[in-house]
Design a protein. Structure first.
Ligand code: TMP
Length: 215
């Protein structure tokens, strides 16, 4: 199994738009660093030069006619590069990888949002990742209308952010289904609370994984 080949832990952070991913990822990174963990923070789509260029294509309005399969395959193309160049080497060296979105986002957005059957996504997941899966996934969960109102304050919407509320409702539901299927790695955080309360919830789940690690 993958875990036996590596020492680092792989933590992913997920959620729909406006759930507060950025500030909470910074909080997670700082908490782990204070516990003496060597953390590599990265993101998807992106994390490598190739991946960041693919990200630009994926988010660009000029590609409003992108087919759903092209979108799915570009996500996994960026992911393949990211795993080979960044994630696997870091985990093998014993570093912890903190990733802003990973394959759960594909099940949520391309599966739930765009309607691609889960089995197609699972085929690519096995192909590109082999047995690599996150050790822990922090899902920042929030009613969609609150998240969209927060995201609207951030300015220009990208190709995903311009989708309608119903799309994001489907994305949120797909995340919750993923969480039900793999409860051992999912930690659902109520992101409708104040930032302080959200961080208390996150600190509690990090404490558990740090204790397991003996850190
Ligand atoms: P964000 O990281 O700033 O939220 O932007 C990335 C966008 O890409 C976000 O709208 C979600 C979307 N996305 C997918 O649709 N599928 C994926 O697999 C990933 C990683 C992201």
């Amino acid at each position: 199994m993958y875990k036996e080949r590596s020492h680092g832990r792989f933590i992913t952070v997920e959620g729909t738009e406006g759930v507060g991913k950025s500030s909470n990822i910074t909080f997670i990174q700082e908490t782990l660093q204070k516990a003496g963990i060597d953390v590599v923070a990265t993101r998807e789509p992106g994390g490598t030069q190739l991946g960041e260029e693919v990200r630009e294509m994926l988010l660009d309005h000029r590609h409003s006619g992108m087919s759903v399969d092209a979108e799915l395959l570009l996500m996994f193309a960026a992911r393949a590069q990211h795993i080979e160049q960044v994630i696997q080497p870091a985990l093998k060296q014993g570093q912890w990888v903190l990733c802003d979105r990973f394959t759960d986002a594909t099940y949520a957005y391309q599966g739930g949002g765009r309607g691609i059957p889960n089995e197609r996504i699972a085929t690519l997941e096995r192909w590109v990742q082999d047995t690599l899966r996150p050790d822990m996934t922090v899902l920042l969960d929030l009613p969609v209308e609150i998240g969209l109102a927060r995201a609207a304050e951030r300015g220009v919407a990208d190709r995903f952010e311009k989708e309608q509320q119903t799309f994001f409702e489907q994305v949120r539901q797909a995340y919750l289904v993923q969480a039900q299927k793999t409860p051992e790695r999912y930690r659902i955080i109520d992101a409708s609370r104040t930032l302080d309360e959200v961080q208390q919830q996150i600190a509690a789940v990090l404490q558990l994984i740090l204790e397991e690690q003996g850190a």
